[in-house]
Design a protein around this ligand. Structure first.
Ligand SMILES: [Zn+2]
Length: 211
């Protein structure tokens, strides 16, 4: 029997499907709290600048989330090298730790941002190609110079060969992240109207994918 993708997505919202052995430091944290602000723990946060790749500005996250970001950087570097022949100079983000509750239908539940357990990615900045970079033969010429990839502008775009390649980069990146169950559990992108300009990644106890 064919299942309606919408109902499948809704059902997935409540399904715990962490890998066996994939225990995570924040799995047992209570998310439904009386006073969200009292539940925030700024002392558990670290300032992180990136390991494999650099962030445009340091991101504040829970110490447990750092390792997930490192894995994310490795995937982003691999996909970028495949698509553009080099890694991004900077990852542009719009915030990690933010002491607030969720909006919409999950009002009253702590946002994963309140736990420092999420990041919002706006895009990637690339520098000019170096002589030593092995560029794909079909790389559009303008992309030998520095350029920016933005979720808002390039997700699903095909206005030019360059834009179409940026769309491919974002698609392949999110597909790999979706398939890698050891990195993020929540992945939300422009399929959700509130995420038209960024990708939200978290390690909530619930698997939720809407890209
Ligand atoms: Zn977010």
């Amino acid at each position: 029997m064919l299942t309606d993708p919408a109902s499948t997505a809704a059902a997935a919202d409540a399904i715990w499907d962490g890998l066996p052995g994939d225990r995570y430091a924040l799995d047992d944290r209570e998310r439904y709290v009386e006073s969200p602000r009292k539940s925030c723990d700024p002392g558990a946060m670290i300032t992180y600048r990136g390991t494999k790749l650099r962030y445009s500005v340091p991101v504040t996250v829970h110490s447990a989330f750092r390792e997930r970001l490192e894995r994310f950087e490795t995937v982003a570097a691999e996909v970028a090298t495949r698509v553009y022949g080099r890694t991004p100079q900077r990852i542009r983000h719009a915030g990690g730790y933010n002491c607030r509750t969720s909006t919409g239908r999950h009002r009253g539940r702590l946002s994963e941002h309140a736990l420092g357990n999420a990041i919002d990615i706006v895009g990637f900045d690339f520098g000019p190609a170096k002589k030593t970079d092995v560029l794909p033969a079909d790389l559009p010429k303008p992309l030998r110079h520095g350029f920016q990839v933005r979720v808002q502008k390039h997700w699903g775009s095909s206005r030019s060969a360059s834009a179409a390649l940026h769309a491919r980069f974002l698609r392949e990146l999110t597909e790999e992240l979706r398939d890698r169950r050891d990195i993020f559990r929540g992945l939300i992108g422009p399929a959700d109207p509130k995420h038209a300009d960024h990708l939200h990644f978290d390690v909530s106890p619930w698997r939720y994918v809407r890209l």
